[in-house]
Design a protein around this ligand. Structure first.
Ligand SMILES: Cc1ncc(C[n+]2csc(CCOP(=O)(O)OP(=O)(O)O)c2C)c(N)n1
Ligand SMILES: [Mg+2]
Length: 577
């Protein structure tokens, strides 16, 4: 007996002096303030998730890695810390990769950590369990990709991953951890010493004074100036400085989708309701954390009118300058530092924004708002988009703290225009790619990261891409209210297949009851057919904080092809067959 007890004691003592790959990964994450992991368990990372949970990290288990990845990505956007997604090898990795690529495209800091199979077998292509050269596949789709072969390198690898994700223009990073690494054992003290706490992971990047002067000169020369706020400006969390710049300069501003609320959409300088006018007629445009990509028609063409433009661009990425058109005044640096420097040059003597320009915009804005008002008040049943959105617009006005997640085609484009936002980083949507499938991942992470109630306004098609995560929402009892704009399909539910065989490609089962899905997992399901019912149901959900899914029946004929971007569909001269 005694002998055995002594042996046990010895083993325990020896173990106390050892650590392994599992623990080093967890310790490295904790050391760097990463408190939540989003993922899906399986070989070889099941125990990593368990141990992380036991060590006090919150581990949120999803039903599909793409949704876990989207959650990590938006956690990164909301917190300026890399969101972490954990997956198994090959298929799990690939499922997470779409989210990683999307995060990189949208400049959200995220780290995808995937387990991988035996290097020796993978590299000889001998058919290992879930064999795949994941590192090679990830590389072109993210900012940086690293593989760790030695437990002693875990600390440095995680430090590199964190820096790569959040410094400069943020984006996705891939970290490949082969199964064998987790089981590697090393001296505990040496292990602890090998960890790295990243100091100042996203250092300020101060713009050159000459660039700031140049920008101020161009801005001062403007007769019809415009500021465009992008989601980079929202990410920067320089909210007070952005507001100061807009208000002290008196220049009208246009928020891009995820920059809505940085200043309230109801702000007197907001030109959101006069978008086509300001793009067409402005002579100087200052872009703050917004890129001249397709969402801004590349800065040229008919949307930008005949008036010659001068662009001032504030961005952390020097390569962004001149990407589509000439930038007259590039200001490279982090947005907080750039705006602080610009504000230094905007004193009491700064000329007021030209009154004729401001009043022309105000007139247009008031006209457009007045035109829209009766449509938003209509209580028709079946509902059209405007009637339903009029109700949700009031909900958000009454609950400006709530986070709005939004995807779909008509459901997205119309909600963006109709629902005013009042606070920064409250609108999360399909972003640069217009990708479907972000809905539930974003909603879950938004609830977890901020503790605020979430309203997810989803097209019925859009919802389907991540719909199974309603179980996850119920499991973690998150304050998420999903409203499905159910128009029986993609864009419209009225398409017909001329052959009469299968249903048309854009049409779903008619009058589906998505609310029943939520009930299956213990959440609240509601079916509504009028804007009044919709408003009441959302209010009840938001008051209770209970997971709720509201199936809102929308007239299947109400939408238009591809929402507001139907012009991007290729048109052949030949007749449609
Ligand atoms: C990953 C991905 N697949 C496909 C698409 C193409 N797409 C754009 S919008 C959309 C769905 C639109 O239907 P719905 O969500 O029901 O919105 P509605 O217009 O009907 O309101 C699809 C499939 C996409 N954007 N992303
Ligand atoms: Mg639809």
């Amino acid at each position: 007996m005694l002998k055995i007890a002594t042996a046990d004691a010895n083993t325990e003592a020896a173990e106390r002096e050892l650590t392994d790959g599992f623990h080093l990964v967890i310790d490295a994450l904790k050391l760097n303030g990463i408190t939540t992991i989003y993922g899906v368990p399986g070989i070889p990372i099941t125990d990593l998730g368990r141990m992380a949970q036991a060590a006090g990290i919150r581990v949120i288990s999803f039903r599909h890695e793409q949704n876990a990845g989207n959650a990590a990505a938006i956690a990164g956007f909301l917190s300026k810390k890399p969101g972490v997604c954990l997956t198994v090898s090959a298929p799990g990795f690939l499922n997470g990769l779409t989210a990683l690529a999307n995060a990189t495209t949208n400049c959200f800091p995220m780290i995808l950590i995937s387990g991988s199979s035996e290097r020796e077998i993978v590299d000889l292509q001998q058919g290992d369990y879930e064999e795949m050269d994941q590192l090679a596949i990830a590389k072109p789709l993210c900012k940086a990709a690293f593989r760790v072969l030695h437990a002693a390198d875990i600390g440095i690898a995680l430090a590199r991953a964190i820096r790569a994700a959040v410094s400069g223009r943020p984006g996705g990073v891939y970290l490949d951890l082969p199964a064998k690494l987790f089981a590697q054992v090393m001296d505990a003290e040496a292990g602890a010493k090998s960890l790295v706490k990243v100091i100042d992971p996203a250092p300020a990047q101060i713009p050159a004074p000459s660039a700031v002067r140049r920008a101020l000169n161009v801005l001062k020369s403007a007769k019809r100036p415009l500021i465009i706020l992008g989601k980079g400006a929202a990410y920067a969390q320089a909210d007070a400085a952005v507001r100061d710049l807009v208000e002290r300069s008196g220049i009208p501003f246009l928020p891009m989708s995820m920059a809505k609320g940085l200043l309230p959409d109801t702000h007197p300088q907001c030109a959101g309701a006069a978008r086509s006018t300001v793009l067409r007629d402005a002579d100087v445009v200052m872009l703050i954390g917004a890129r001249l990509n397709w969402l801004l028609s590349h800065g040229k063409g008919k949307n930008w009118g005949e008036v010659p433009k001068q662009f001032i661009q504030i961005d952390i990425e020097p390569k962004e300058m001149d990407s589509n058109v000439e930038i007259a005044a590039p200001v490279v640096g982090d947005i907080g530092s750039c705006i602080a420097a610009l504000l230094d040059g905007i004193d009491d003597k700064w000329p007021a924004a030209p009154a004729d320009w401001v009043s022309a915009i105000n007139k247009k804005r008031e006209e457009n708002i007045a035109k829209m008002a009766p449509r938003l008040m209509n209580n028709a049943s079946p509902m059209d988009y405007h009637g339903a959105l009029g109700a949700l617009r009031t909900v958000v006005k009454e609950r400006p703290d709530a986070i709005l997640v939004n995807e779909g085609a008509n459901t997205l484009d119309l909600a963006r225009g109709v629902i005013d936002m009042y606070q920064p980083r409250k609108r999360l949507d399909v972003g640069t790619w217009g990708v479907m499938g972000i809905g539930m991942g974003y909603a879950i992470a938004a609830a977890i990261e901020t503790g605020q109630p979430v309203l997810a306004v989803e097209g019925d098609s859009a919802f389907g891409f991540s719909g199974m995560e309603v179980e996850t929402i119920c499991r973690y009892n998150l304050p998420v209210c999903i409203v499905i704009f159910n128009n029986n399909g993609i864009y419209r539910g009225t398409d017909v297949n001329p052959t009469g065989a299968d249903v048309a490609t854009t049409v779903f089962v008619k009058d589906s009851r998505y609310d029943k899905m939520m009930e299956a997992f213990g959440g609240v399901g509601v079916h509504v057919t009028t804007p009044d019912e919709l408003k009441r149901a959302v209010d009840t959900a938001m008051d209770s904080g209970r997971p709720t899914l509201i199936n809102a029946a929308i007239d299947p004929a109400a939408g238009s092809e591809s929402g507001r971007i139907g012009n991007l569909n290729p048109q052949s001269k030949l007749r449609k067959k």
